[in-house]
Design a protein. Structure first.
Length: 304
C-alpha cells in the first residue's frame, strides 16, 4: 500500500499528487518493490532489510540517495499475550524525494514531534524522535501491566502470571537491543552530519534526540532489572503460598482424624467401656470434641 504526503506550513499533510515529496510504502507488494529497485535504484537487499524485524539499524550512502534502517516498536495487539515486539523501517532520501518503507500500517506523522518540519532533514530526525516517544509510551504500558500482575501473583498459585512476567522480560530485552541499535545509528548520523547537509539547528536537534534515546535506554534497562527482581521474588511468593496451603490442608486433615480416631475406638464390635451407660453417645462426642480442642491448643502452643 502506498501513501503520499507533502510538507505544508511545517506539517505533514496527505496528498494525491504523484510527485509528492514523501512516499510511504506499507508492506509493499512485488510491483512496488520493483518500482523502487528499478526506477529509483534502491538496493534490493537494503529494501528487504527495511522489512526484516531482526535487522540492525544502519546508515548507508548510495550514489544517488542515503539509506537508513532504524528500529521502532510494533503496534501492540492483545492477541500477542503481552509480547511487545519491534520492527524495522527504512528511509531512502533522495534530493527531491523521500521514500519510507514500513512493514505495518501505523500513524507515522502524529504527535507534537511532527510540527515545524522544515524539510527532509527535519523529517528524518523527527522520525527517529517519534520512534523514541513510541518506545517510551510502550514502557509506560509495560510498567502498568507489571504493577497489575504484581498484585495478582501475590495471591495466586497459577503459573500463567509468572509466564506473563517472563514474556514482558523478553519484550524488554528486544527493546533494549533495538534502542541501543538506534543509538549507534544516531551517532553515525551525527558523525556524517556534514555529508548529509545538516544545519546547525538540525545538529542541535540530533544531540537532543541522542540524549532522549539514552534516557529511553536507561529507563528500559531499569524496568528490565526491576522486572527480573520481581520475577525472582514472585516465584518465592508463589512457592510460599503453596507451602501455606499445604500446611493448612494438613492441619485440617489432622483435625478431622483426631475425632475420627476417638469415634472409631468406640465403634468396635467387641465389649467396650460405657456400652451399658445410657449417655455413652454424648460422652463419646465430648471426647471427640476434646481431642479436637486439645489438638488446636497444641498447634497454637507450637505456633504452627
Amino acid at each position: 500500500m502506498k501513501k503520499l504526503y507533502r510538507i505544508s506550513e511545517g506539517r505533514i499533510a496527505e496528498s494525491q499528487d504523484a510527485d509528492a515529496l514523501v512516499h510511504v510504502f506499507v508492506n509493499p507488494d512485488e510491483s512496488e518493490k520493483r518500482f523502487l529497485v528499478d526506477q529509483w535504484k534502491v538496493d534490493e537487499h537494503t529494501l528487504n532489510s527495511a522489512l526484516d524485524p531482526d535487522e540492525l539499524s544502519r546508515l548507508e550512502f548510495e550514489p544517488e540517495h542515503v539509506a537508513i534502517i532504524y528500529k521502532r516498536p510494533r503496534n501492540y495487539s492483545g492477541d500477542e499475550q503481552l509480547m511487545f515486539k519491534v520492527s524495522s523501517a527504512g528511509i531512502f532520501a533522495f534530493k527531491d524525494r523521500l521514500f519510507i518503507v514500513l512493514s505495518e500500517d501505523v500513524p507515522l506523522f502524529q504527535g507534537k514531534v511532527f510540527t515545524k518540519v522544515a524539510g527532509f532533514g527535519d523529517l528524518l530526525l523527527r522520525l527517529l524522535y517519534g520512534s523514541i516517544h513510541h518506545y517510551l509510551e510502550h514502557l509506560k504500558i509495560i510498567n502498568a501491566i507489571t504493577d497489575d500482575l504484581e498484585k495478582k501473583v501475590s495471591a495466586s498459585l497459577e503459573n500463567r502470571y509468572l509466564a506473563h512476567f517472563f514474556t514482558l522480560q523478553k519484550s524488554l530485552v528486544y527493546y533494549l537491543n533495538s534502542i541501543n541499535s538506534n543509538g549507534i545509528l544516531m551517532e553515525r548520523i551525527k558523525n556524517a552530519s556534514s555529508k548529509l547537509g545538516f544545519s546547525h539547528d538540525q545538529i542541535e536537534l540530533l544531540d537532543d534526540i541522542i540524549i532522549e534515546n539514552n534516557q529511553c535506554y536507561r529507563q528500559a534497562e531499569i524496568y528490565s532489572n526491576i522486572l527480573a527482581s520481581l520475577m525472582d521474588a514472585r516465584v518465592s511468593i508463589v512457592s510460599n503460598n503453596l507451602n501455606i496451603l499445604m500446611k493448612t490442608l494438613n492441619l485440617i486433615t489432622i483435625g478431622i482424624m483426631l475425632p475420627t480416631l476417638v469415634v472409631s475406638a468406640f465403634s468396635m464390635n467387641v465389649k467396650i467401656p460405657f456400652q451399658q451407660y445410657p449417655h455413652a453417645f454424648w460422652l463419646i462426642v465430648g471426647l471427640a470434641a476434646a481431642s479436637l480442642v486439645g489438638g488446636a491448643v497444641w498447634w497454637r502452643l507450637k505456633k504452627w
